[in-house]
Design a binder for this molecule. Structure first.
Ligand code: USQ
Length: 407
């Protein structure tokens, strides 16, 4: 953990934007445990969205105040909390970073659900405005204050799109050669974005914002292209029941593997969209927090281009996940009409050489799955509201048309 020490020997100061969320909370605890001086910045909007959708975390997450005092009691470490909506109150955010002078800012403060972003024009606009403004405010404030802090941004593997290409998705950049009358032109460009939801579109837009500020203002930026996160607890969130992490299973915020775990616990047939031959990239929440620490410790120099790391550990087809969980739990799966517009079958290979090179030892799905199937989802299954399980968001305007396209 020496890489997380400040050059002058003091504690490394880290702001975690969105530190009350599914990835942000366990990351904040992990960094605090490693000896960093952590401040969470969050407006708790994720909790309000749950209420507006009539759902809640499967696990009984505690208020931010209770979470923080429990962490202090358990670890002896203090995490500060600032209530602030990043992307709305620019002056307050700029003054906060000028005051705290963080060494690193970890930016999770974006609307993170693809299905939510597709519900209607309202959610599309909320997602675009919220996410793009939040990312821009962060880099704009870093440029204005002249702080030499490393920005670690949570992006998505979904920016590459899901059509089969026959070769692994590289880590952000693609070397292209163009023929022109005056000769051959070679350049490394951002891998062409091909987002399949408004949410993924915002991550694609973020990439250009980050690229511009790294070049123009010499900001030090790492963009983590993360896959679908599964699992719930990390070593730190499991230390005390008041530290428990959130677990989303509803049709908007629940991601596929965690949804299947809850469905298996309830004996609710696993909801495979369409053929189930969609291949996606995955990472366990325990690996997410480790990857963030590894990325923090390997900051690009000011003036260097944005460092893009693929934060994924393995890829799987949805149908294979359903079969695996079905075998472990005895719950059958069902092919349901796919509410999304996505290739019904694709191959996906993603290079993750950088994080492995930095020392990541991946949690294997086959090792961790049996534990997850019999673990937290089963323990809290009685808290589930079954009405929120079906996925309601349709990718094509006019839900009837979208839902009519079954497998
Ligand atoms: N799927 C099912 N059944 C379900 C839910 C999903 O078959 O009950 C399928 C979907 O159709 C899709 C795949 O599973 O083919 C993955 O869906 P998902 O909801 O787990 O993931 P997705 O919405 O694409 O995106 C999610 C989060 C986003 C995160 C992203 C990582 O919404 O926060 O960034 O995972 S990634 O897409 O790899 O970049």
């Amino acid at each position: 953990t020496s890489f997380l020490r400040h050059p002058n020997g003091g504690r490394c100061k880290i702001l975690v934007l969105g530190g009350d969320g599914f990835c942000g909370w366990p990351t904040s605890l992990y960094l605090s445990r490693l000896g960093c001086d952590v401040t969470i910045v969050d407006d708790l909007s994720r909790r309000r969205t749950d209420r507006s959708l009539g759902t809640s975390s499967l696990t009984p997450i505690r208020s931010i105040g209770e979470r923080l005092s429990a962490w202090e009691a358990v670890s002896g470490e203090r995490i500060r909390y600032v209530a602030l909506r990043v992307g709305v109150n620019y002056a307050a955010f700029r003054d906060l970073i000028a005051d705290v002078r963080p060494d690193t800012i970890v930016h999770f403060a974006e609307q993170r659900s693809a299905p939510f972003s597709m519900r209607s024009a309202r959610e599309k606009r909320l997602t675009i405005e919220g996410n793009v403004c939040a990312t821009h405010d962060v880099v704009c404030a870093l440029a204005e204050t002249g702080l030499n802090a490393h920005l670690v941004h949570l992006g998505s593997v979904g920016v590459y799109g899901y059509s089969s290409t026959g070769f692994p998705r590289p880590e952000g950049y693609l070397k292209v050669t163009a023929e022109a009358p005056c000769g051959t032109f070679e350049k490394e460009i951002l891998y062409p974005a091909d987002p399949e939801s408004i949410y993924h579109l915002t991550k694609a837009l973020d990439q250009l914002v980050l690229q511009y500020y790294a070049k123009n203002d010499r900001l030090s930026i790492t963009d983590l292209h993360q896959g679908i996160v599964w699992g719930t607890q990390t070593e730190e969130t499991a230390l005390d029941k008041r530290l428990i992490n959130r677990f989303d299973y509803d049709g908007d915020y629940g991601t596929v593997l965690n949804r299947f775990l809850v469905q298996a616990a309830l004996g609710y047939p696993l909801t495979v969209h369409g053929t189930g031959c969609q291949t996606r990239a995955f990472i366990h929440i325990r690996d997410t927090v480790r990857c963030i620490a590894l990325a923090i410790g390997d900051a690009p120099r000011p003036g260097e281009r944005v460092r893009i790391l693929n934060q994924v550990t393995e890829t799987h087809r949805v149908i294979d996940l359903a079969r695996m969980i079905g075998r472990l739990s005895g719950t059958p799966f069902e092919h349901v009409a796919n509410p999304r517009l996505e290739p019904e079958s694709n191959e996906l290979d993603v290079s993750n050489a950088s994080l492995l090179g930095l020392g990541l030892v991946p949690t294997r799905l086959t090792d961790a799955l049996p534990f997850e199937v019999s673990g937290i989802a089963r323990k809290y299954a009685h808290r589930c509201n079954r009405n929120t399980i079906p996925s309601q968001s349709c990718w094509r305007t006019g839900s009837a048309e979208g839902l009519a396209r079954g497998p």
